[in-house]
Design a protein around this ligand. Structure first.
Ligand SMILES: NC(=O)c1ccc[n+]([C@@H]2O[C@H](COP(=O)([O-])OP(=O)(O)OC[C@H]3O[C@@H](n4cnc5c(N)ncnc54)[C@H](OP(=O)(O)O)[C@@H]3O)[C@@H](O)[C@H]2O)c1
Length: 285
């Protein structure tokens, strides 16, 4: 496993397992347990995923020293306030059965996320969270938060994959010393991503799979990635990306796949309203 050093000096694994949409709790527990046995140390869950308790059971069952794991969860938008963050963080800790988190993110940049950030900054100073960060923050929102608060986000998690590469966002995060973390690194399997001829050609040259090429390309851009799978063979495959290097020409061939299209938050009022209406229905209890 390779690690990156966050802006507060702590080490974060560059590759982890994400468990969004793993709603079968037995399946979530088993995937996390198997991942940890295979050598994964970073697990990415969220209050809104409804599987923090299953993740917590897998962590306990794994027998791996807590200090060697890097556990991330996220505050849901219905709790974006000072008081809400207090409740949300404690609930996530209770669900996971942990007394601290390695990384806790504000899941969406809506409502009173400044109030939430104030509480999370206190919890960070008290040692309840080793690093705090944000999620789905645009460059403007990230720079705004950095300028008007006194704890700089350690991480900003945004969608990044071969279709929606986010190079300008990545560069802005480098400039502001914020680690970029990619969600949906495989674009959730959409648009036949694993069958793209360019990726297949590069994969054949390295005797690797197209999934491994995508993850390696993210690693070489210094982006942390948390691919989701519930299959042991794919967990193993997604981890085996630290024994080869893509050439500059191959990196550029993959860059050419960018369309900028992804699961971006709707910018128009109606679309944004629909997203909020749907999001507010998630239960985090
Ligand atoms: N913060 C946010 O707003 C946000 C939003 C979305 C996601 N996320 C995080 O990012 C994580 C990953 O994103 P995602 O779950 O949307 O999707 P993803 O990781 O881009 O893709 C997952 C899909 O790829 C398949 N897959 C995984 N490894 C494979 C392999 N080696 N070969 C072929 N297929 C493979 C999986 O199928 P199987 O499971 O059947 O193997 C699944 O269908 C989430 O779990 C979550 O932790 C965060």
């Amino acid at each position: 496993m390779e690690y990156t050093t966050l802006n507060n000096g702590i080490q974060m694994p560059k590759l982890g397992l994400g468990v969004f949409r793993v709603t079968d709790l037995a399946e979530a527990e088993e995937a996390v347990y198997q991942a940890i046995q295979l050598g994964y140390r970073l697990i990415d869950t969220a209050a809104a995923y409804g599987n923090e308790q299953a993740v917590g059971r897998a962590i306990k069952r794994s027998g791996v020293d807590r200090a060697d794991l890097f556990i991330t969860s996220k505050l849901w938008l219905t709790e974006n306030s000072y008081e809400g963050a207090q409740v949300g963080l404690q609930r996530s800790l209770d669900h996971l059965g942990l007394d601290y988190l390695d990384l806790y993110l504000i899941h969406q940049p809506v409502s009173d996320y400044y109030g939430a950030w104030r509480y999370l900054s206190e919890a960070y100073r008290q040692g309840k969270i080793r690093a705090i960060g944000v999620d789905n923050f645009t460059q403007q929102k990230l720079v705004d938060l950095i300028n008007f608060t006194d704890v700089r986000p350690a991480v900003n998690m945004i969608e990044a994959n071969v279709f929606n590469q986010r190079e300008a966002d990545r560069q802005a995060m480098v400039d502001y010393d914020v680690q970029m973390e990619a969600w949906s690194p495989f674009s959730a399997g959409s648009d036949n991503v694993f069958e793209l001829p360019v990726l297949k050609q590069i994969a054949a040259a390295h005797e690797k799979s197209t999934a491994q090429i995508i993850l390696r390309w993210l690693m070489q851009r210094d982006i942390v990635a948390i691919p989701k799978t519930v299959h042991v063979d794919r967990l193993r495959e997604n981890l085996a990306i630290f024994d080869f290097t893509l050439s500059d020409a191959e990196m550029q061939q993959i860059s050419a796949l960018n369309t900028g299209n992804g699961f971006n938050l709707p910018e128009d009022a109606q679309g944004f309203q629909a997203m909020l209406d749907m999001s507010k229905q998630f239960s985090v209890d």
